[in-house]
Design a protein around this ligand. Structure first.
Ligand code: ADP
Ligand code: GLC
Length: 485
């Protein structure tokens, strides 16, 4: 099957969170399955993979209309294993310090940037002569791709047999723009109806992807249900999702088990597996405590956080609960995002340098060290489409402390029996509940046999893409077969 993936991030080229991990991992697993040919399209941002890849210019260019102007697209290419990666270039739109935003907020022309990218994906496929059986798009940034296929490109014979599948990684970010954006994108007013592109008088790229793709997926079974039936999760799109319910599937994310493998991880102090985690994790903990100038104690629980600092993640709740645990726990927090929370954590760390270490920023290597060194991994998310961090933490033997929502509910088991548990969970992201399960973690840490049973359960879990990638390929096939009728 010929699969074209279009996304705004893909690890190792560029990543702001789990979306990048998911796109990169899926491209690789799809390409390894027999009979597949995978092409990945993404924008060429200023910084691609920290310069570690030599991108080759693709000769020639093509034009993309955006509003009243016509923009030029060029491309560069890199062969990444069996995946052929094309970067869409336009310096006006993508040669910037940030991906979606600068310090002062989202880029004001994000509507144009992703009109340009989405249309360039289709023109780029034609340019290189890659006629996809399926186009797999992710999130609002590529929501317009399927909208184009169903409108402006409907009569284009190049795509007449191409199916589209749209994956919602996070419905909280929808790409909402005023109605003038409709014209910038080249759509016409007859398409500006509630069953297609119109959303409360404006254009909503996420809605466009949901309404106009052949099939829709999201990244965990629980989230698939939450976003249809609970407005606080669907964020205004629950009706639209219920309308597509027959074509909406929840497929749980996996993690790349080669990148996230404590036995071979070169970032961490000492490699370990499920048989040797006691000594391995102890060495990693000591090294991180030393690096962060924390008290070098074996007996205190080390809580690790690697996260976007966003309301979604509930770390403001952790911030409030934290003082109560200062004597029993240590905290190493790596995060980027909300300026107020950044400042609050930085100040708290300054006031308690032996108990709390905070690093603001995005740091891949330091993240690995935290997963390996920590005993627990608090993730008190208010909602969580899937969450990869809790799975990475479990693979590294750090017990996640989560809310029972979305993918957290689908991956973390917390029962009264340690033999059936691989972490800790609360029903709601609330300070009192968080304090209560953190308290339970502290007391259980004293019962090392039980604790270690849970660590073993966590480390032995299957977080691979094996089953989920097969589920995607089955859906691709269904969508493709329908197109051939
Ligand atoms: P989300 O996509 O909502 O941010 P996920 O749990 O799905 O959450 O994925 C987060 C991914 O991003 C994980 O790979 C995590 O290790 C990584 N990550 C998040 N914040 C940072 C950071 N500050 N530095 C390095 N890696 C980070
Ligand atoms: C989003 C979600 C996260 C999910 C990731 C990858 O960023 O917040 O829960 O794991 O996408 O699908």
């Amino acid at each position: 099957m010929k699969i074209l993936i279009a996304a705004s991030e893909a690890f190792p080229f560029c990543k702001t969170g789990g979306l990048g991990d998911v796109v990169g991992a899926l491209a690789q697993v799809f390409s390894r399955a027999e009979g597949n040919e995978v092409v990945l399209f993404m924008p060429r941002y200023r910084n691609i993979g920290g310069g570690a890849f030599s991108l080759k210019a693709v000769g020639g260019s093509f034009l993309i209309p955006v509003g009243n102007s016509v923009e030029t697209a060029t491309m560069s290419h890199v062969q990444w294993g069996k995946v052929s990666v094309y970067f869409i270039e336009n310096s006006k739109y993508f040669d910037r310090p940030g991906i979606y935003r600068a310090n002062f907020g989202d880029y004001e022309d994000n509507d144009e940037r992703f009109i340009f990218f989405s249309r360039a994906v289709l023109e780029g496929a034609k340019f290189i002569g890659f006629k996809p059986d399926v186009i797999h798009c992710h999130d609002w940034q590529t929501g317009l791709v399927s909208a184009y296929l169903k409108t402006l490109y409907r009569i284009d014979s190049f795509f007449s047999k191409t199916a589209s599948v749209f994956t919602i990684n996070n419905i909280a970010y929808q790409g909402m723009f005023p109605k003038e954006t409709l014209l910038k994108a080249g759509f016409s007013w007859p398409d500006f109806t509630p069953d297609k592109l119109e959303f409360y008088g404006g254009l909503n790229y996420m809605k466009a992807g949901i309404m106009l793709s052949d099939l829709v997926t999201t990244v965990s079974p629980t989230y698939a249900s939450e976003i249809q039936f609970r407005p606080e999760f669907g964020k205004g799109l629950e009706g639209v999702l219920r309308y597509r319910t027959a074509d909406l599937f929840g497929i749980l994310n996996g993690i790349d088990e080669e990148i996230w493998d404590p036995a071979t991880d070169t970032f961490i102090e000492r490699g370990y597996d499920v048989k040797s985690f006691l000594r391995g994790k102890a060495a990693c903990k000591k090294a991180l405590q030393h690096e962060c100038a924390l008290e070098e104690s074996k007996d205190k629980i080390l809580a690790g956080v690697v996260s976007r600092l966003d309301h979604q993640k509930g770390l403001d709740i952790l911030f409030k609960a934290l003082p109560e645990f200062m004597n029993k726990m240590q905290f190493v927090i790596l995060g980027v995002g909300d300026p107020a929370l950044t400042e609050a954590f930085a100040e708290m760390a300054k006031a308690h340098p032996r108990q709390i270490f905070f690093k603001a920023g995005f740091d891949e290597g330091f993240a690995h060290k935290i997963y390996a060194a920590s005993d627990i991994f608090p993730m008190p998310s208010r909602f969580e489409p899937c969450g990869l961090s809790q799975m990475i933490a479990m693979r590294y033997g750090s017990l996640p402390v989560v809310t029972r929502t979305g993918g957290l509910k689908d991956t973390v088991n917390y029962t009264s029996e340690p033999k059936d548990s691989n972490g800790f969970a609360m029903d709601n992201a609330e300070e009192t509940q968080l304090k209560s399960i953190l308290g339970h973690a502290v007391s259980l840490f004293g019962w090392r046999e039980n604790w270690n049973t849970m660590v073993r359960n966590a480390m032995k879990g299957d977080y691979s893409w094996t089953k989920s990638s097969q589920d995607y390929l089955k859906l691709f096939n269904i969508a493709y077969q329908k197109k051939q009728l």
